[in-house]
Every structure is written in structure tokens, then in C-alpha cells.
Design a protein around this ligand. Structure first.
Ligand SMILES: [Zn+2]
Length: 259
């Protein structure tokens, strides 16, 4: 199949029902073979599991998104119990991580509870041999690297990663994966990251329904946008676009154990 790709990070449950039906119906035409849909909380996990049961192209990850108030002890144990019950249906633990943007708005927010929760997820991932999907940017990425090293977890995907040169070196050393969103078309910071990070450790994603700018302004975020990202990655790395498609596809199927 020519130019096939995978959206390695999308919040399918955050779209309207008719948008989900349409997006899944479009997948074959846009050569997208799979969607990795990540979860926000337990309700979101349940929805993503339903989509996966309905659509074979949809592969769910279960977790708790860090950019929100921490769940109570009771809610945490319910989530972990549910995840254990559905461990065979999940391709990864995610989305998990640290609340970078929430902390910017609320500097008084304590990080300790979020770190504890990430560690619980890492213990779970280790126990069940699942990859992890991380939301950890800038200085939080360094903290996440430390936690992964502590728990000896190698299969980690930092989605929409942003960070300093030191953290980039540390992540490459650990062979952690990153994924590139359509903002690679217009964000210099992301373009620079693409030139620095090995293609062997790269995937592509939309983080949909998160909206993009530039040529995607005011458009509903769709996996089709990934084709523009792949062309841009090929241009930035000066590698033949066919090879870039092939490598990104292989990276993603291998990391998530697809096919
Ligand atoms: Zn996300």
C-alpha cells in the first residue's frame, strides 16, 4: 500500500459522534491503517474501548491525562481495577504524565501527587509489559525520564515532545520515541527537533481534536493532515519521502505491536 501511515496519538472520544463515524470511514482513502486513541479518565477509557470494539482500526490506550485535577484514591483504584480487567484490549498505558500547562496557570499546584500517579502507571505498565504514552514537556520531560529510568521502562512514547538539548540527548540515549504533530509545518522549535531526533525513534500524530494553525487553521483536525507532516519531515531531514513513510510506519507498528 502506498504512503500508508498511522495516527499514533488521537483523542477519538473528544470528537462528536458523527465526526468519529466520518473519520473512521475516511481512513482507507487517506491510507491511515490505525488510530491509537488515548484516554483522558475512566469514562474516556470506556468510550475508547467501545470504539475499538466497533472499529478494528482503532487501538486504545488507557490512562489518566495529567492536565486536570488529580483523581481521588477511590477513583484511582477504580481506574486501575478497570484497566486490569481490560488489559488484553489495551495497546498501551496512556495518556499519562505531568501537568505542565495546568501548573503554568496554577503555580501553587503540587507536583508530588502527579508524580505518584505516574509511578503507579509505570508499575502497571511494567507488570503487564505495555508501552507508555507520556505527556511531559520541557522540564517535566526530564522528570519523566528519571521516573522511566528508575522503573527501567524502555518502551516510552513522548507525544508532542518539547524540551532542551540535554533532555533530547538523554531521550535518544534511552531510545525513547517521540511523535510529531502537524505544527511541524510552521513551528521552528518542532522543525529543529525533527532535524535533531533520529527517524528511527519517530512517529506521527494529530493529538486531534486539538486544532492547528497555518494551512490547517479553522479546519477540524483529521488524520489526513499527517501526510503534510511526513512531507515536511522528509524535507527537513533530507531523506526520500518514501523512506520516511516506511520508517515511521515500521516504528509505530513495532512500538504498539500492531498487525
Ligand atoms: Zn493527547
Amino acid at each position: 500500500m502506498a504512503h500508508r501511515m498511522i495516527d499514533s496519538h488521537i483523542h477519538l472520544d473528544h470528537y462528536e459522534e458523527h465526526e468519529i463515524t466520518q473519520t473512521v470511514a475516511d481512513l482507507e482513502n487517506v491510507h491511515c491503517t490505525h488510530l491509537i486513541t488515548v484516554s483522558y479518565d475512566l469514562a474516556s477509557c470506556r468510550k475508547n474501548l467501545q470504539f475499538a470494539e466497533r472499529y478494528p482500526q482503532v487501538k486504545p490506550a488507557f490512562g489518566f491525562h495529567p492536565e486536570q485535577e488529580l483523581p481521588s484514591e477511590q477513583e484511582q483504584s477504580e481506574l486501575f481495577q478497570w484497566m486490569e480487567e481490560h488489559v488484553d484490549e489495551m495497546v498501551a498505558v496512556g495518556e499519562i504524565g505531568l501537568p505542565y500547562y495546568l501548573r503554568k496557570d496554577h503555580p501553587e499546584l503540587k507536583l508530588a501527587g502527579y508524580v505518584d500517579l505516574v509511578e503507579k502507571f509505570l508499575v502497571f505498565a511494567k507488570k503487564w509489559d505495555k508501552p507508555v504514552v507520556l505527556h511531559a514537556v520541557y522540564e517535566d520531560a526530564a522528570i519523566a525520564c528519571g521516573l522511566l529510568e528508575k522503573h527501567q521502562i524502555q518502551k516510552a512514547h513522548f507525544h508532542w515532545f518539547k524540551g532542551d538539548a540535554e533532555t533530547i540527548r538523554r531521550m535518544i540515549n534511552n531510545k525513547f520515541m517521540i511523535s510529531i504533530t502537524p505544527d511541524v509545518l510552521y513551528e521552528r522549535e518542532i522543525q529543529k527537533l525533527v532535524t535533531q531526533y533520529p527517524l528511527e525513534l519517530m512517529m506521527v500524530e494529530t493529538d486531534g481534536p486539538w486544532p492547528f494553525e497555518g494551512k490547517f487553521a479553522r479546519k477540524r483536525t483529521h488524520p489526513e493532515m499527517i501526510h503534510a507532516s511526513v512531507s515536511k519531515i522528509a524535507e527537513l531531514k533530507d531523506i526520500d519521502v518514501e523512506n520516511v513513510y516506511e520508517k515511521l510506519y515500521e516504528n509505530t507498528t513495532c512500538f504498539y505491536g500492531l498487525e
